[in-house]
Write a protein that binds this ligand. Structure first.
Ligand code: ASP
Length: 309
């Protein structure tokens, strides 16, 4: 039995008549109706559960915990051989990476979605669902890590990125990640009701230091800096970062480029007590840092472990 967990997204979206077909509303159809409208599922051992109904732009860490609980329940069921999660494409890479770190390795878990709504004459959702189901059905029990399946391709959760805002081939691999293996289920023992707040702050010409002070006031426990180049901290940010750190906030250098940010290269990370992202992009580094804070990793564990996740 394969369990389909639905969370909304364009794959369950329909055209918004008021916009003359220019826009659509994500998460409009319940999963039973979505699957009921599809060919090619007859006789397949499937069950479906509506876990969330969201446009994934609105997915929050609290929703990840709801989805994690539903996926854990499914995987613990001896009747279930694997899980397909239907998800909006905007934040699919974040949910996939969160689940990659928090689910036990073993039974296959695959996220899929669609770039076109369900009532589009050439909707891509049905083919993606059929392919994801076939992938789960043929995967072996020893699968390492959550995957995303979109437009004919499977991607590992750590490497996948929505690289293009439109078009069926929206998903890609982060440069330099093909073939790299990283441990799945590093935080599989996680038991929390909430996750620590970690904000991503963008670096750009003239980015104001007020972003940092405002983040501290808003309750951030960690800041992932999506900086220019090799993780270059603007001079104008240094005092505000020191204030944030004095208030107990963890600071991590990442890059808005797709290259690595290496420790003590281009900044005195040891002297400033800053963490570094390695080759993880900012949004995924944020997830790794949230989990590390949630389970109480020491600073040394964060220095050594975060870029490896
Ligand atoms: N905004 C939509 C979502 O992420 C886009 C999509 O699913 O393709 O839910």
């Amino acid at each position: 039995m394969i369990r389909i967990l639905a969370t909304g997204g364009t794959i369950a979206g329909t055209a918004d008549a008021a916009s003359g077909g220019l826009r659509y509303r994500a998460a409009a159809l319940p999963v039973a109706q979505l699957l009921g409208n599809m060919d090619g599922l007859d006789g397949l051992p499937l069950e479906a559960e509506q876990v969330l109904s969201l446009d994934s732009k609105d997915m929050r860490p609290a929703d990840w915990l709801v989805l994690l609980a539903a996926t854990r329940r499914a995987l613990q069921d001896p009747q279930v051989s694997g899980v397909v999660i239907l998800h909006g494409t905007d934040t699919m890479e974040e949910t996939a990476y969160f689940l990659h770190l928090t689910l036990p390795p073993g039974k296959p878990v695959i996220l899929t979605g669609a770039m076109r709504p369900a009532d589009h004459p050439a909707a891509d959702g049905p083919a993606n669902i059929r392919a994801a189901l076939a992938l789960v059905a043929t995967a072996n029990e020893g699968q390492q890590g959550v995957q995303v399946f979109m437009n004919g391709q499977a991607f590992a959760a750590r490497e996948v990125v929505k690289a293009r805002s439109t078009g069926l081939d929206a998903f890609d691999r982060l440069p330099g990640q093909a073939g790299a293996t990283h441990p799945a289920g590093h935080f599989a023992a996680l038991q929390v009701d909430t996750l620590p707040e970690v904000f991503v702050l963008p670096g750009y010409a003239g980015a104001p230091a007020e972003l940092i002070d405002a983040s501290v006031v808003a309750g951030a426990r960690g800041l992932v800096l999506a900086l220019t180049g090799h993780g270059s901290v603007p001079t104008a940010w240094e005092a505000a970062l020191a204030r944030a750190q004095a208030a107990g906030v963890v600071v991590l250098r990442a890059s808005r480029c797709s290259g690595p940010v290496s420790r003590n290269a281009n900044a005195d990370d040891d002297g400033r007590d800053w963490l570094t992202a390695g080759d993880l992009p900012p949004a995924k580094t944020r997830i790794a840092l949230m989990l590390a804070l949630a389970v109480g990793w020491s600073r040394q564990q964060m220095i050594d472990g975060l870029p490896q996740l």
